[in-house]
Ligand binder design. Structure first.
Ligand SMILES: Cc1cc2nc3c(=O)[nH]c(=O)nc-3n(C[C@H](O)[C@H](O)[C@H](O)COP(=O)(O)OP(=O)(O)OC[C@H]3O[C@@H](n4cnc5c(N)ncnc54)[C@H](O)[C@@H]3O)c2cc1C
Length: 430
């Protein structure tokens, strides 16, 4: 049954891969039979600002995979502290979902970034934050710079199998002593002939215990901090790569997070992405996609948490009437849904500008800041209305409360976003 469904999904995506306007009707028919759009979602297939029927068809195919291959196992993977990345990525890779905006030559669908945002929004239907985050690392955090600046040889070796779901990627930027201040990383890659010798370590590496390769940020010279770094494709099975431990976390539990050490790891110098010394700049560019992706991913889950809170409070009676009928409750939920829609509008505006080639660093930073803050507010308010049930591990709202706390910290903390916004407003003291 699952195999046949996966085949159908691959069929949709195959149609989708080859579709210009020729495949439009079939796809829109497929879309119009969709039943999963939450009742409070404003999206329609006919008049969406950035999504076409093709976007909705793609979302539909992802939803099927989530329902059949992922959601039934989430509780188990959360309990185990890890999900089987190779197995799940292969399913997603077969359906074309791991490279929607990557070049066709390397297994991608060759579409624009709005499709990646659509994928991310849809992945918000997964009933935890850890698995979407792991997928996002593969598609929009570890691979954008490689796709944009990498050599043909590197793309063939690392990008193609990552898009097909044959290799799991991770991103090695943060270190024990350097998170918010990326420029202060200490990991060194010293050139010796045709190789780099790498020493140092990375902290908080998502997918780190399962990854086949790392997009590593390392210092390749002693120059100024913004000009001395390079991004390097590092196979994780090289001698000298040590997975020190899997970090025990309060949330995102099904996503494995590793601390990694490098002890005289030798990697060919051709594994540098683009130009040596440009790693910091490439990473900053890569952050735009990462942040927009993170915002998109949290929106759907926020819709679901609000809807489940409505459903629960409608049937739960206190003082002879449903919890929902207390004005403070339904007014608060209306306020939160309004905030979600505002954030969605900002995301779609930033996405529309990004795919036209604009620098959207300011809008992406604002959206990421707002997503982190809103998720904290929304998780807290909704959990409250579930009473004791909200304090159990049986409901999505408590998992969301824990998982979404990361948004204000990871991929640039709220204060880092504020600093970037201030730079654009020209209010940051020099
Ligand atoms: C679950 C998880 C997964 C992660 N996955 C990855 C990954 O795959 N790859 C990767 O490279 N990294 C990853 N990270 C790391 C993440 O990006 C960092 O945690 C984040 O950048 C913050 O760095 P830090 O933890 O070192 O905090 P620090 O840099 O020590 O900052 C601590 C706090 O200082 C405050 N702060 C920061 N800047 C300012 C400022 N200018 N003014 C005032 N206050 C400020 C913020 O509140 C911040 O939270 C992950 C982290 C977690 C927890």
């Amino acid at each position: 049954m699952a195999v046949r469904a996966a085949g159908q999904i691959a069929g949709i995506c195959h149609l989708y891969r080859s579709s210009s306007l020729g495949g439009f009707r079939t796809l829109s028919q497929n879309v119009s039979s969709s039943k999963h759009t939450p009742s409070n979602a404003p999206e329609t297939t006919v008049d969406h600002l950035i999504y076409t029927p093709e976007h909705f068809a793609l979302k539909e195919s992802i939803k099927k995979i989530i329902d059949q291959e992922i959601n039934p196992h989430v509780d188990q993977w959360e309990a185990e502290g890890k999900f089987p990345a190779h197995r799940i990525f292969k399913i997603l890779g077969n359906a074309g979902i791991l490279g929607v905006n990557k070049p066709v030559e390397y297994g991608g669908l060759g579409l624009d970034f709005s499709y990646s945002v659509a994928v991310s929004e849809e992945l918000g239907n997964i009933r935890c934050g850890g698995i979407p985050m792991a997928i996002g690392v593969q598609t929009d955090m570890a691979t954008p710079a490689l796709a944009r600046f990498g050599s043909h040889e590197l793309k063939t070796e690392f990008l193609l199998p990552s898009i097909l779901g044959d290799k799991v990627a991770c991103l090695g930027v943060s270190e024990v002593g350097a998170g918010s201040d990326v420029s202060s990383i200490m990991t060194k890659a010293v050139r010796q002939g045709d190789e780099y010798v790498i020493n140092g370590g990375k902290m908080w590496t998502t997918n780190g215990t399962q990854a086949d390769w790392m997009c590593l940020l390392a210092n390749t010279s002693d120059g100024p901090p913004h000009r001395n770094k390079s991004l390097i494709c590092l196979p994780m099975d090289l001698p000298g790569v040590h997975i020190a431990r899997q970090i025990d976390k309060m949330g995102m539990r099904s996503s494995d997070t590793a601390e990694v050490f490098f002890d005289d790891v030798r990697v060919p110098s051709k594994n540098v992405i683009g130009k040596e010394g440009m790693g910091f700049t490439y990473q900053m560019l890569q952050f735009q996609e990462e942040r927009l992706w993170a915002v998109a991913n949290t929106l759907t889950t926020m819709d679901i948490v609000i809807q489940e809170t409505i459903d629960y409070t409608r049937q739960r009676k206190i003082f002879k009437m449903p919890v929902l009928h207390h004005q403070t409750v339904h007014f608060r939920l209306a306020e939160l849904q309004t905030e979600v829609e505002l954030l969605r509008s900002l995301l779609h505006r930033a996405t529309a500008l990004f795919i036209k080639g604009n620098d959207v660093t300011k809008l992406a930073s604002m959206a990421k800041l707002k997503a982190g803050r809103l998720a904290r507010e929304l998780g807290d308010s909704c959990l409250q209305y579930w009473g004791g049930m909200g304090f159990t591990n049986d409901v999505l709202v408590s998992r969301f409360y824990r998982d979404s706390r990361l948004i204000s910290i990871g991929g640039g903390a709220d204060e880092v976003m504020l600093g970037i916004i201030c730079k654009y407003m020209d209010t940051l003291p020099k």
